[in-house]
Design a protein around this ligand. Structure first.
Ligand code: ATP
Length: 289
């Protein structure tokens, strides 16, 4: 998370993520699921500008798909921090959305993470990163990772994080078919007892440790694909096409529908992008960071 500060306004860069693997271990009594996933920040970012105001919160966003009311995760971030520290000031939050919405790329969570970091500064709270991460999990399971960034193994509901070795600089093609997928729907539709193919975490961790894109690509598995691909077969077609065009590996991120492909060669990536342009709404070239 990078930031730029002036007296009463702060500009933050809020990065998205992909999941290099995602396993669902079981359902908890509180309704959430225990998962095991490797989260990876990507160089695709929203801009979040926080401006001090007299009172309350106002939100604006250049993407009409994003709510500007109390359901926006930045609203929740503001309210939680304001109430915890009895803050009397308000804020205007402007989100420049570049991350596709409801896409499995943590677009909302990363905006909430940026808001917590920004308000901590704007209000002079001096809270540690760890403290902000503990507050963040109350907003959403992916928020602590978005505060931390980089590469991490996430357990629990996604909030128990172990930082992993740097895996930056790998070329990624993102393909988003433009439908919104509800994370809650995908998890509730998953039949945990019938999961046939689960990721091998030891191999994936070895791949990260050796910074070996081949090992990672060969072992990427997301158990949520079964549900989302079952409902949107186009996701499987995109995965297949990425592999045909030379991707080392291709996977759906989070609960989807975004598919990413790892390429070790820009020429293959560009050819693949050109071919997918005929049928896919949004194609983005990025890299791991
Ligand atoms: P994750 O990978 O964390 O599950 P996602 O990328 O699948 O996230 P989001 O982009 O966070 O999904 O959006 C999910 C829903 O959250 C959207 O349908 C939208 O209505 C709502 N939402 C609330 N706040 C935001 C925000 N700041 N940016 C985008 N969507 C938001």
């Amino acid at each position: 998370m990078e930031k730029e500060t002036s007296m009463e306004s702060i500009t933050l860069e809020a990065y998205g993520k992909i999941n290099l693997s995602l396993d669902v271990l079981g359902k908890r009594i509180d309704g959430y699921h225990d998962i095991e996933t490797i989260m990876q920040s990507i160089d695709l970012k929203d801009k979040v500008v926080l401006r001090d105001s007299e009172e309350g919160i106002t939100i604006e966003c250049n993407n009409p798909q994003v709510p500007t009311d109390s359901t926006n995760l930045v609203y929740k971030a503001y309210r939680i921090l304001r109430d915890m520290y009895s803050i009397k000031r308000g804020v205007h939050i402007k989100i420049q959305k570049n991350i596709p919405v409801a896409a499995g790329l943590a677009g909302g969570s990363t905006n909430a993470a940026a808001t917590l970091i920004g308000l901590n500064e704007l209000w002079g709270l001096k809270l540690s990163k760890e403290k902000l991460m503990n507050i963040g999990v109350k907003i959403g399971a992916d928020v602590p990772f978005c505060i931390m960034g980089g590469t991490a193994l996430a357990k629990g509901i996604g909030e128990e994080l172990i930082s992993l070795k740097d895996f930056s600089g790998h070329l990624v093609l993102l393909a988003n078919i433009g439908i919104e997928v509800s994370t809650a729907h995908v998890y509730s539709s998953l039949k945990i007892d019938n999961i046939a193919n689960r990721p091998n975490m030891d191999k994936l961790l070895l791949g990260i440790d050796k910074n070996d894109l081949n090992i990672i690509s060969e072992n990427m598995v997301n158990v949520l694909e079964e549900v989302t691909i079952g409902e949107h077969g186009q996701i499987q077609d995109i995965k297949n096409e990425m592999l045909e065009f030379g991707a080392l590996g291709s996977l759906m991120s989070g609960s989807g529908p975004t598919v990413f492909g790892f390429f070790d060669n820009e020429e293959d990536l560009l050819k693949c992008k050109k071919s997918l342009e005929k049928k896919v709404k949004t194609l983005i070239i990025t890299k791991t960071i």
